[in-house]
Design a protein around this ligand. Structure first.
Ligand SMILES: NC(=O)c1ccc[n+]([C@@H]2O[C@H](COP(=O)([O-])OP(=O)(O)OC[C@H]3O[C@@H](n4cnc5c(N)ncnc54)[C@H](O)[C@@H]3O)[C@@H](O)[C@H]2O)c1
Length: 316
């Protein structure tokens, strides 16, 4: 049977994710939902009309949903559900400023996902990411491997892009890594960064690497400040769509994602940005990568910061 993926929230992030997923042409159906009546149906109609031009057969279905599960029949049988519902940041806001309002939205969405797509793998993107991922797991009561969050694929892509631009090399020759949280305690891992296999530290002075690390950490805010309304969505949607594809195809690809950590790196019981092998079961396993002592200390610090915030989400 063909694969089915649902994107909840038809805003900038959700609609571009649906477009990318449809254009991959590997799913039978992409469902796009929103609470704004007619918006997901209109976008689906528009996307379907691009099929002859872009040459894909995937069918996009739009569905308006209500707070009591109205319209959620459309997501039945989904293999993957990407949750993008929720407010984005405004200039000057931190991701944590969205906690209260987005928690209500994500909880309500997650409860309906559990009811209508009980076998799906859930990829959360709503912010604050680490907290919303933990909340979605609690609200769905799905096994922890079946709920994960998107942050590291995006943060890593930003870091890679900055390094490639700085050195004037193709992005494909650059490999970077960020772990930790999607926020202030993001942990870029320069020791794992290479350009054509050469350590980044041999190509750029430490201060320049630090400057790119800082720009990566503030990568989302830099876009928000320029846009003035709304937040980034081209790179974020690419990240979530690739994860959904890896899961649907049971590919075993290893990506940095927000996953439940249970003993790896000496850290337990928290959703945290780590490398993970993705497949049909969601996170097949967390993959430990060699870290310097300083990087490991930063990762542990990030884990404790996120743990403190995630402890409260059950009550939201
Ligand atoms: N994880 C990341 O890396 C990352 C990156 C960028 C943005 N984000 C986050 O993604 C979220 C979406 O961003 P955006 O730019 O698409 O915002 P947006 O305002 O364009 O779209 C959000 C959509 O969610 C819908 N929505 C609200 N409540 C809903 C519900 N209960 N059910 C279904 N849909 C609902 C809204 O009607 C709106 O269309 C934000 O929280 C943003 O902070 C995360």
């Amino acid at each position: 049977m063909g694969k089915k993926v649902t994107v909840v929230g038809a805003g900038f992030y959700g609609s571009t994710t649906a477009q990318r997923l449809a254009e991959y042409d590997v799913f039978e159906t992409v469902v796009l939902t929103d609470i704004i009546e007619g918006k997901p149906e209109g976008l689906a109609l528009d996307l379907n009309q691009s099929r002859p031009i872009e040459g894909f057969e995937t069918k996009v279905v739009g569905a308006t949903t209500g707070p009591n599960g109205e319209g959620y029949e459309a997501i039945e049988g989904s293999d993957v559900v990407v949750i993008t519902a929720g407010l984005p940041r405004k200039p000057g806001m931190s991701r944590m400023d969205l906690l209260g309002v987005n928690a209500k939205i994500v909880r309500q969405v997650a409860e309906n996902v559990a009811k209508y797509a009980p076998n799906a793998v859930v990829v959360v993107v709503s912010n604050p990411l680490d907290e919303m991922t933990a909340l979605a797991q609690i609200a769905t009561a799905f096994p922890k491997n079946r709920v994960l969050g998107q942050a590291g694929v995006l943060d890593t892509a930003r870091f890679t892009n900055f390094v490639a631009e700085t050195l004037g090399v193709p992005v494909k020759s650059v490999k970077t890594l960020t772990l930790g949280s999607h926020g202030d305690t993001m942990v870029p891992v320069p020791s794992q960064c290479t350009v054509d296999g050469k350590p980044l530290s041999e190509l750029l002075p430490a201060e320049k690497i630090e400057e790119l690390v800082t720009r990566t950490r503030n990568g989302g805010a830099e876009v928000v400040a320029l846009l003035k309304t709304g937040s980034a969505y081209y790179a974020p949607s690419a990240a979530a769509a690739r994860m959904a594809k890896a899961i649907a195809e049971d590919s075993g690809e290893v990506w940095p994602v927000c996953a439940w950590v249970d003993g790896e790196y000496g850290i337990s019981g928290v959703y945290l940005g780590v490398l993970a092998e993705l497949g049909a079961t969601g996170v097949r396993k967390v993959v430990e990568t060699p870290l310097t002592d300083a990087e490991l200390a930063s990762l542990k610090e990030a884990a404790e910061a996120v743990r403190a915030k995630q402890a409260d989400v059950a009550d939201l």
